[in-house]
Structure formats: structure tokens, C-alpha cells
Design a protein. Structure first.
Length: 351
């Protein structure tokens, strides 16, 4: 519904005109009842006076109010077009209109300062992003360079080990070296994945089946520790769209962490839940738990509390899940266990 616009001059003049006309009518009534012969003349002068008063009032209003309003509208149009250096001229007037102008000028100045601040922040963010991208490239290059000689070292170790007599003490040392080489290889491989993230390739997949498969891999480590890994398949979870390989890797990371946190007798289970928008997969363990002061750090790259850990598993996992438009969170209680929740959206994120 469009509003009826009434010009402000009419609104301002209407009451004045009404009062004047009222006065004149009253005056006419009095002169008629008094039967004064000069009444026509007086009436004419009265009317002329009223018209002059209205005209003067109109002009005064036009100068005092209309001009600043028009200027304000023009300047606002300029601000809207992006010019934040405009100022209204009537700001130095010593009345309310002047205050309005001053407020407007201050507001535009604040807008200008905010815009400059945002531009400055944007520039620093951009250079940081470029810096990080360069670092990532460097790390990726370095990781690549390290992996080849590492494979060479592992090969040589293998050959040297084969040539040693079975009861040689050096065999233990070689085993230790091989273990360390594998550790470096793991760090370098994970670093490479972090530095050169691959975009997920989405296809319809069953999160329960992928979890089951990951659990199969994790049971190898779990059985050595006498830890039970169980996937609760009691829910009909709808198929989602995700990168099977990447989410498998995430679940395996979570399951191995869970198994590694468990002592004999503790257990790991995977549960599923859904709401209208998301499917949540929870990896729950009854292991040693994470102290509250450690919990905020666990997703940071290279944070590990394990002697042979890389500290890259969770940071990689979180990145993969976020690339899927989902999120990964953890809650934990020392002595009770931890819950890692992997939330994936039912609707594939727009790429
Ligand atoms: N289920 C869990 N229970 C207890 N602590 C955990 C669990 N999962 C992760 N953590 C903690 O988070 C740290 C980082 O995990 P992660 O990024 O996978 O690196 P890593 O396993 O190589 O140490 C672990 O060292 C451990 O302290
Ligand atoms: Mg890990």
C-alpha cells in the first residue's frame, strides 16, 4: 500500500491559514452586526494582510527548512553512491537544523573512518593469507623433498638388516631407526596433506558403512590393547553426499585416537543421530579423557601428548570436515572418556 504524501509546506501553512481565515470571519461577523459602512474596506485590507502573511511565512519556511532538507537529500544520495567525503553546508547554523547538519557530518565522518579501518584490516588479512599460502607451498615442497631420501634410507635399512647375523645387537638399533623413519614419514605425509588440501569429491555415500569400514581398520590396533570397538547400526541414517576417502580418514583418525586413549577393558563405540539438517556421527570412548586445560589445544597442528604422535590428525580431520560444510567438536571428562562429534550437513554445501 503506497502512503499518501503530503507536502510539508502545506502541513505547516494549513493551521496558520485556518487561524487567519477564522480571525477574518470573526471580524466580518462583528462588522456586519455593527452595520459599519467602512466594513468592506476593512475586510479587503484584512484579506490582503492575511495573504501577505501567508506568503512571507511560506518564503521564510522555504529558506529555513526546505533548502537544508533538499541539500540533505542530495548529500545522502552521494553517500549512498559511496562518496564519504560529503558535508552539508548548514551545519554551522545555530538552531536544531544546524545540529542535524552537524550530526549528519559526524556520522559520515565515522562511516569514512570505519570504512578505512575495514580496508586496512582487509589488506593485512590478504597479505597474511598470501604469506600462509607461500608457507604452505614451501612446506609442501619440503615434504616432497624429504620423502624421497626417506624411502631410500628405509630401503637401505632393510638390506643392512637382512645381511646382519640374527643374534646381532645392531638389529635392535636398526629396528629403532626404522621406527623413527616411519614416524618422520607419517609426519611428512600428514604435513603434505595439510599444506596441499585436496577439495572433497562429493558422491552419495553411507556414513554408517564408512564408519564400519574405518572400525575394521582400527580393530587391528584395538585388539592389541584388548579394547572393543563397536559401531551401533540401529538407526536408518539416510545417505549423504561426501568424499568417502576423506571422511574414512577422519573417522579412522578419531577411532585410533580413541583406542590409544583406552586402557585394557575400556571401549570405543560409534553412534549416529540425525535432525532435519545434519547427520551426527559420535565416536565415544571410555578412555582416560582430556583435561580441560588441554582440550582447547587438541585441534592445533603439531599438538600431541603422545611420544610418537604427529599432532596433525585432528587438525587435518577438522579441516576436512569443514571443507564438507560440517564441523568437528570434542567434549571430554578425565577418567570418564571423550566424545568426538562429526556433523555433516544433509544438503551438500555450495562450492
Ligand atoms: N579420544 C581421545 N582421548 C583422549 N585424548 C585425545 C583423544 N583424541 C585426541 N586426544 C588428544 O589430542 C591430541 C592430538 O590428537 P591428534 O591431532 O590426533 O594427534 P596425535 O594423535 O598424533 O597425538 C592427542 O595427542 C591427545 O592428547
Ligand atoms: Mg591422532
Amino acid at each position: 500500500m503506497s502512503r499518501v504524501r503530503v507536502n510539508w509546506q502545506i502541513k505547516a501553512l494549513l493551521p496558520v491559514a485556518l487561524v487567519l481565515v477564522n480571525g477574518l470571519l470573526l471580524f466580518a461577523l462583528i462588522t456586519v452586526t455593527l452595520q459599519d459602512p467602512a466594513r468592506n474596506q476593512v475586510l479587503a485590507i484584512g484579506f490582503a494582510g492575511a495573504i501577505v502573511i501567508c506568503a512571507v511565512l511560506f518564503m521564510v519556511l522555504a529558506v529555513v527548512i526546505h533548502r537544508p532538507v533538499v541539500e540533505l537529500q542530495e548529500k545522502m544520495e552521494l553517500v549512498r553512491a559511496g562518496d564519504l567525503f560529503v558535508k552539508v553546508e548548514f551545519a554551522d547554523r545555530n538552531d536544531e537544523i544546524g545540529d542535524l547538519g552537524q550530526n549528519f557530518n559526524e556520522m559520515v565522518q565515522q562511516l569514512r573512518e570505519s570504512r578505512e579501518e575495514i580496508e586496512r584490516l582487509h589488506r593485512t588479512q590478504m597479505s597474511r593469507a598470501e604469506h600462509l599460502a607461500t608457507l604452505g607451498e614451501m612446506a609442501a615442497g619440503l615434504a616432497h623433498e624429504i620423502r624421497n631420501p626417506l624411502a631410500g634410507i628405509a630401503g637401505v635399512m632393510e638390506i643392512v638388516g637382512r645381511d646382519l647375523p640374527p643374534d646381532s645387537a645392531a638389529k635392535d638399533v636398526l629396528g629403532e631407526v626404522r621406527h623413527e623413519v616411519m614416524h618422520i614419514n607419517r609426519i611428512v605425509t600428514e604435513l603434505l596433506e595439510i599444506a596441499r588440501p585436496k577439495a572433497p569429491v562429493f558422491s552419495p555415500a553411507d556414513i554408517v558403512a564408512v564408519s564400519d569400514q574405518a572400525a575394521l581398520f582400527a580393530r587391528d590396533q584395538a585388539s592389541k590393547r584388548h579394547v572393543n570397538v563397536h559401531v551401533l547400526k540401529n538407526k536408518a541414517i539416510p545417505p549423504l553426499e561426501f568424499d568417502k576417502g576423506q571422511i574414512h580418514q577422519v573417522l579412522l583418525n578419531l577411532l585410533l585416537n580413541a583406542v590409544q586413549a583406552c586402557d585394557e577393558g575400556a571401549s570405543v563405540r560409534v553412534e549416529f543421530a540425525e535432525d532435519n539438517e545434519n547427520v551426527t556421527t559420535r565416536v565415544i570412548d571410555t578412555g582416560k579423557g582430556i583435561p580441560p586445560e588441554v582440550l582447547p589445544n587438541i585441534f592445533r597442528p603439531f599438538f600431541t601428548t603422545k611420544g610418537n604422535g604427529t599432532g596433525l590428525g585432528l587438525s587435518l580431520a577438522r579441516r576436512i570436515v569443514e571443507d564438507h560444510g560440517g564441523w568437528l567438536t570434542a567434549t571430554s571428562e578425565v577418567g570418564v572418556g571423550s566424545i568426538f562429534s562429526l556433523v555433516l550437513p544433509k544438503k551438500r554445501p555450495l562450492d
